[in-house]
Design a protein around this ligand. Structure first.
Ligand code: NAP
Length: 405
């Protein structure tokens, strides 16, 4: 019988047989889950010669949960993630109509998973639309709880919209066109600071070079601009001896320090194409982060291979997930790329401190792609590929695993 992962102020306590809840997901979820769990189990088995083993605990959300319980997101699922701290999930169908919101957004909010973490790294041989994808090695920290995603919106023509407009006119003198829908963009100091703090701590822990604050502060001064200001202030106040600004770097005062810099979101999207190597850890607000994560994922080969996680670095709660959707037209066909979920599994193993197993996944994926064994999505863009199924890809990866020094 397995045991729970716990976290105290001294850090994580991970037993040799941790119970980890998983949701296999809808559509192609079961295909990629079957492949990913086999790879994760093999990596753990090989890295620790059988002395460690994950006890997987299936929990339900999405269509499978709805069929079983009549609920899209049963309370027990939320409670399992809360109780066992670390979990992993495949993609979930977003229920249509009936006022349902995305199940992913609901889970993030319920567990207060305030960082959406997306590493973006290139694997040699993956077809990419850019000339030098190997220069990209970024880790995006996207704020996950506020901004225009807070759900504070009123519909055009509604009574709420009329009342809000009147209030804004009476109290602020703001004229808004009558036929407008209105959304509110809250950006708080506390949520910005915890996100930026997590990004800087990550940069320090993994010996990264810089943290870039990406913002639209030139236009939105009190939200995006404030994010930027709070970011620099926090870096100085809490990490003064570990960080330096570009100005300090120019004065020769940045040795062994993380450089804190910033760029405007639209310019960032140009520079990541033209000067990819200049970006490392990125901290940004929710909407910017949404665009940036997908744009960067496209540069390294698309969503089929981009992993992600939603994390609360204070409580330790974390859900690792495939970043693409359910791709329903391929469901049950054993053809889609399991890379996103496999690499999310790698992130999860790294997060719980099982670095050897995580490293083994990284190296075997690199090797398998270098041997040109790839699923249809990559095969159609390559000249010399051997197209393999979802499950065959996992088997090739396992065959490539060795104890790496
Ligand atoms: P999608 O499921 O991501 O699929 C769009 C296209 O992306 C697919 O047709 C396929 O492209 C490609 N793709 C996705 N996963 C792939 C994989 N593993 N390997 C290779 N190619 C892959 O997006 P969608 O069709 O817009 O959304 C379908 C459902 O998923 C919706 O209910 C949506 O709400 C939900 N969704 C869930 C999540 C989540 O749970 N995190 C995220 C996004 C969307 P080709 O057709 O070119 O082969």
């Amino acid at each position: 019988m397995g045991h729970k992962i716990t976290k105290s102020k001294d850090g994580f306590k991970v037993p040799s047989d941790p119970i980890i809840p998983f949701i296999e997901g809808d559509g192609t979820g079961p295909d990629i889950w079957k492949a990913a769990v086999k790879v994760m189990n093999a990596a753990v088995e090989k890295a620790y010669s059988g002395s460690r083993e994950i006890e997987w605990k299936e929990i339900y959300a999405g269509e499978k949960a709805y069929k079983k319980t009549g609920q899209w997101l049963p309370k027990e699922t939320e409670e399992a993630f809360r109780e066992y701290l670390v979990g992993i999930k495949g993609p979930l169908t977003t229920p249509i109509g009936g006022g349902y919101k995305s199940l992913n957004v609901a889970l993030r909010q319920k567990l207060n998973l305030y960082v959406c973490l997306r590493p973006v790294k290139y694997y040699e041989g993956v077809p990419s639309p850019v000339k030098k994808p190997q220069l990209i090695d970024a880790v995006i920290f996207r704020e996950n709880t506020e901004d225009v995603y807070a759900g504070l919106e009123v519909k055009e023509g509604s009574d709420e919209a009329r009342r809000l407009m009147k209030f804004l006119k009476d109290n602020f003198g703001w004229d808004i066109r009558e036929d407008s829908g209105i959304g509110i963009k809250p950006i708080s100091k506390s949520a910005s600071e915890r996100l930026i703090r997590a990004a800087i701590e990550y940069a320090i822990k993994y010996n990264r070079k810089s943290v870039t604050l990406v913002h639209k502060g030139n236009i939105q001064k009190f939200t995006e601009g404030a994010f930027l200001k709070w970011g620099y202030e926090l870096a100085k106040r809490e990490f003064g001896d570990r960080t330096a600004t570009l100005k300090e770097a120019a004065e020769g005062k940045a040795e062994n320090r993380i450089i804190i810099k910033d760029t405007i979101a639209d310019i960032f999207l140009q520079q990541i194409l033209t000067r990819s190597a200049e970006f490392d850890v990125v901290a940004t607000t929710n909407l910017n982060g949404d665009y940036i994560s997908d744009a960067l994922a496209a540069q390294i080969g698309g969503m089929g291979i981009a992993p992600g996680a939603n994390i609360n670095f204070e409580t330790g709660h974390a859900i690792f997930e495939a970043t693409h959707g359910t791709a329903p037209k391929y469901a049950g066909k054993n053809v889609v790329n399991p890379g996103s979920l496999i690499l999310s599994g790698e992130m999860m193993l790294e997060y719980i401190g099982w670095k050897e197993a995580a490293g083994m996944i990284d190296k075997s994926l690199t090797k398998t792609i270098a041997q040109h064994y790839v699923t249809y999505d990559f095969a159609r863009l390559m000249h010399n590929a051997t197209k393999v199924s979802t499950f065959e890809f996992a088997e090739k990866m396992i065959a490539n695993m060795q104890i790496y020094e």
